[in-house]
Design a protein around this ligand. Structure first.
Ligand code: AVI
Length: 311
C-alpha cells in the first residue's frame, strides 16, 4: 500500500529534481502549518479574512435568502475555523438545515463540529472526514445542496487545476444545487504583497516550515537559516507566488529518498500560487459546466468577492 509518507517523498523527489524546483503548498498544512495559517488569518496585512468576514457579517442575511430552500444541505469544503461560516449559517432555519463540513483532517472536523453546534444550537451538524469528491459522491439526499468553498482556497490552484476542480463539483451537483465561491480580487501590489510577506515574518515561517517537515518526516538535513522566504505578485496576471530561496550554494540530503539535492546560490523552490480573480477569469474557469454565475457580493473596499453559482 502506498502510504502518505511515500507520496510525500515521491513529491519531494519530483519537485527537487526538476529543472525549476517546486514543492506543493498542499504540504504546508501539518499541525504547525495549520497553527501558523491561523496566525496569518489574524494578521492585519492578510486582508482576505477581514474582507470576507465583512461580506458575510453584513450581507449574510441577503446571501442566505438566495440559498434557502425547504430542506438544505450546506456542505463546506475545507471548513477552517468556521468563524466566517457562522455568520452565514446563523440566518438559516435550524430545523431543515444540515451543515456538513468536509475535511481530510479528522481533528478539523471534530473541532468545527463542536464549535458550530455551540455557536448555533439546534443546527444539525454532520461532519465528514475524507477526500472532497469521494465524500460528495456519497452524499445522496433529496435536499438541495449548497457547496461552500470560501477563503480563496481555489486560488491555490492553477487555472487548469481550478477548471478541473469546478468541473468535478459540477458533476456531483444536481439541477438547482448551488456553489458559493469566496475569491480574492485582482488589486494593486502594495495591498497584495504585504499579505504574503508580512512584517512579523509569520508567512515566512509558514513557507519555511515545509523544510522542517521534510527534515522531520523524511529525514532531511535542511538548515533553514540558509534559506529564505520570497513572495512576488504580478499585478498584470493577478498571481502571487511564494518561493523558498537558497542563500548559498549547498547540498541537502534526504534519507528517505537516499539522495542529495544541490541548490545554487539564489536558486528558487516554487512553493505556492495565490491567484487573484476578476469575472473574466471566473467565466473562463466555469466555461463548459452548467453553472450560472447568479450573484456577486463584495466588501466595501472591493478587495474580495463571494459568488453564488447555480446549476
Ligand atoms: C489558504 N490560502 C487561500 C492562503 C492564500 O492566501 O493563498 C494560504 C496562504 N499562503 C500564504 N498566506 C496564506
Amino acid at each position: 500500500m502506498i502510504t502518505e509518507k511515500t507520496l510525500f517523498a515521491q513529491h519531494v523527489e519530483k519537485g527537487l529534481s526538476a529543472p525549476s524546483k517546486f514543492l506543493s503548498s498542499m504540504y504546508f498544512y501539518d499541525k504547525k502549518g495549520e497553527a501558523l495559517f491561523r496566525e496569518i488569518m489574524n494578521l492585519e496585512e492578510y486582508y482576505l479574512t477581514n474582507s470576507e468576514m465583512e461580506i458575510l457579517m453584513f450581507q449574510g442575511h441577503e446571501i442566505a435568502q438566495l440559498l434557502k430552500d425547504e430542506e438544505v444541505e450546506i456542505i463546506e469544503l475545507g471548513a477552517g475555523d468556521g468563524i466566517k461560516t457562522k455568520e452565514l449559517l446563523r440566518h438559516f432555519d435550524k430545523k431543515n438545515t444540515v451543515y456538513r463540513p468536509i475535511d481530510i483532517s479528522e481533528q478539523a472536523i471534530i473541532d468545527i463540529s463542536k464549535k458550530m453546534s455551540e455557536w448555533i444550537p439546534n443546527l444539525q451538524v454532520k461532519g465528514v472526514c475524507g477526500d472532497y469528491f469521494k465524500m460528495l459522491d456519497q452524499l445522496k439526499s433529496d435536499a438541495k445542496k449548497v457547496i461552500l468553498f470560501l477563503g480563496s482556497n481555489l486560488g491555490n490552484m492553477s487555472d487548469d487545476q481550478a477548471k478541473g476542480f469546478i468541473h468535478q463539483l459540477n458533476n456531483v451537483m444536481q439541477k438547482g444545487d448551488q456553489l458559493m465561491l469566496g475569491l480574492d480580487l485582482i488589486k494593486s501590489k502594495d495591498i497584495v504583497l504585504p499579505a504574503y510577506s508580512d512584517s512579523k515574518g509569520i508567512t515566512a515561517e509558514f513557507n519555511l516550515n515545509l523544510l522542517d517537515r521534510i527534515n522531520k518526516e523524511l529525514g532531511g538535513n535542511f538548515d533553514r537559516t540558509q534559506f529564505e522566504h520570497v513572495a512576488t505578485y504580478s499585478e498584470h496576471e493577478g498571481i502571487a507566488k511564494s518561493y523558498i530561496k537558497s542563500k548559498v550554494d549547498q547540498t541537502v540530503t534526504i534519507e528517505e529518498n537516499e539522495k542529495s539535492y544541490h541548490f545554487k546560490k539564489d536558486e528558487l523552490i516554487h512553493t505556492e500560487i495565490s491567484r487573484k480573480y476578476d469575472l473574466d477569469i471566473i467565466r473562463n474557469i466555469i466555461e463548459g459546466t452548467s453553472l450560472h454565475l447568479d450573484y456577486q457580493f463584495t466588501d466595501n473596499k472591493q478587495y474580495f468577492t463571494d459568488l453564488v453559482l447555480t446549476k
